[in-house]
Design a protein around this ligand. Structure first.
Ligand SMILES: Cc1cc2nc3c(=O)[nH]c(=O)nc-3n(C[C@H](O)[C@H](O)[C@H](O)COP(=O)(O)OP(=O)(O)OC[C@H]3O[C@@H](n4cnc5c(N)ncnc54)[C@H](O)[C@@H]3O)c2cc1C
Length: 305
């Protein structure tokens, strides 16, 4: 039953017709429980509220796989405006972005020009940027762009996925930059040629990556809703006396809200990933596919209408 529900939501996530319709409906059916708003301006009160509760934020303008240079430039400007607005509003927020939304699949000069513009604005306003990691066919290109830009910008980090066999080597190679890395299990469907398929293997690898990166003295964001990973991180930082300003926890907005608040109260840095934008439909469906229990959002949302 659970597999059927997951497949249904994965299928619905890819529907262009529903995606277009969703842009007209506005945030509905409980999507506002996991998406910050249709525009950054609409997400500002939520970010302020999270900050008041002791939670830091990273915002992500939803939308990926841009195939037109013009749209990639518009998205670049949206990002620059968001950086200015974060500064203007005095928000405790970073930015997460996907390189395919800025032209990764189009042209090398385009993506590096776009990202450089964003990084210059981010440096000016002292805002940290994380490049999200997408599917494995884009992993090397993403790491190449990260390394290219990281040479000039300290305020740039990226993501490593523990389901990929290559990730241990990547963490070792990237160590020369002493990068700020977000460590995750990985969200895309990958083949067994490149990725661990067993949950235990993915989990064990995430633990190895967390320990290696922390003991290398690097800033580590552990992005997981899994108590096993959270408790493991707590144990490692205690055992090796890792300072509290060398790591943080991250979770998605709307997921394990109580745990987020508890971690913040315990004194840990807790960052909430808040997606926003009118392209919310696919993101919402993927969250439902990942955890069909979230269907209760939808039902509650429907009964309100
Ligand atoms: C801030 C953030 C950024 C991310 N960035 C990327 C990225 O750039 N690229 C990428 O590929 N992936 C990214 N991911 C997604 C990540 O790779 C995983 O797909 C996703 O987080 C699910 O794995 P998990 O570690 O949270 O726990 P899972 O392995 O999904 O779950 C393990 C256990 O955790 C508990 N749990 C999980 N979710 C919940 C919940 N909602 N409520 C209660 N208990 C729960 C349950 O006990 C569950 O059995 C990101 C995730 C986060 C949180």
């Amino acid at each position: 039953m659970e597999a059927m529900t997951k497949n249904l939501f994965s299928y619905l996530a890819k529907s262009n017709v529903l995606n277009q319709a969703a842009k007209k409906w506005g945030l509905q059916f409980g999507a506002n429980k996991v998406v910050g708003g249709e525009t950054f301006a609409k997400a500002v009160p939520l970010i302020r509220q999270l900050n008041k509760q002791g939670l830091s934020v990273t915002v992500d303008h939803l939308g990926e796989f841009v195939s037109s240079a013009e749209i990639s430039k518009e998205r670049t400007q949206e990002c620059v405006q968001t950086i200015k607005r974060i500064n203007h509003e005095g928000l405790d927020s970073q930015i997460s972005l996907k390189l395919t939304s800025l032209g990764l699949d189009i042209d090398h000069d385009l993506i590096t020009d776009n990202l450089t513009q964003i990084m210059e604005a981010a440096r000016h306003y002292d805002i940290f940027i994380t490049i999200d990691m997408e599917d494995t066919s884009r992993c090397q290109a993403t790491l190449d762009i990260f390394e290219e830009l990281r040479a000039n910008f300290d305020n740039l980090g990226t993501v490593i996925q523990s389901y990929l066999y290559r990730s241990e080597d990547d963490v070792r190679d990237l160590n020369k930059h002493h990068p700020n890395l977000r460590l995750v299990k990985g969200a895309y469907k990958e083949s067994s040629k490149v990725a661990y398929k067993e949950k235990d293997d993915v989990d064990e690898n995430l633990k190895r990556l967390i320990k290696t990166h922390l003991l290398n003295g690097n800033y580590t964001a552990v992005a997981s809703h899994d108590d096993v990973m959270i408790n493991y991180t707590k144990q490692i930082v205690k055992e090796y006396k890792i300072p509290s300003n060398q790591f943080e926890f991250q979770m998605l907005y709307g997921m394990r809200t109580q745990t987020q608040l508890e971690l913040a109260k315990e004194g840990y840095k807790m960052r909430v990933y808040v997606p926003y934008g009118d392209d919310w439909y696919g993101y919402f469906m993927r969250r439902l596919a990942e955890r069909p229990e979230n269907i209760s959002f939808v039902l509650k949302g429907m009964f309100k209408h």
